[in-house]
Write a protein that binds this ligand. Structure first.
Ligand code: ZN
Length: 145
């Protein structure tokens, strides 16, 4: 169980070129479909939740956007602004929109020797270290579990 607590942290990640602010989207970003949104939602645990109201190119209001920050990317959902009641139930008259924030990681495994030279921890034979060729982010896993 998690308890949400307000914080003023900014995501300090080499996989973002710009964190943005309350009225600006983090960079880079792209729109994704609901399938990718759901897939990425259950791949890791959320580290931070964020709410923004990004402005469009003319400074107009685009609606609220919820961003969920994971260890190496963010995903967002923008609920529709337009809806109506039908038989006492809410019917949205525009679609939900989903977003991906951060680098499109392209990982390549590093050898033990290359890790040692670069000062990157490597635990041995069943340990795998990967580095993204785009942003330099490093991921590791122990395949012996
Ligand atoms: Zn990357």
């Amino acid at each position: 169980m998690n308890k949400l607590v307000h914080c003023e942290d900014k995501i300090k990640a080499n996989w973002l070129s710009d964190f943005g602010n309350f009225n600006r989207l983090p960079q880079p970003w792209r729109e994704i479909d609901v399938n990718e949104y759901i897939h990425k939602s259950f791949s890791y645990c959320v580290q931070y939740e964020d709410f923004r109201q990004p402005l469009d190119a003319k400074g107009g209001f685009t609606g609220g956007l919820y961003i969920y920050w994971y260890p190496t990317y963010g995903i967002g959902v923008r609920p529709p602004n337009k809806w109506k009641l039908k038989d006492g139930k809410i019917v949205y008259t525009e679609p939900f929109k989903y977003y991906y924030f951060g680098c499109e990681h392209k990982y390549k495994e590093l050898s033990q020797e290359n890790c040692r030279k670069a000062g990157i921890y490597h635990a041995g034979r069943c340990y795998h270290v990967y580095q993204c060729s785009q942003c330099g982010n490093i991921e590791s896993q122990d395949s012996s579990d």
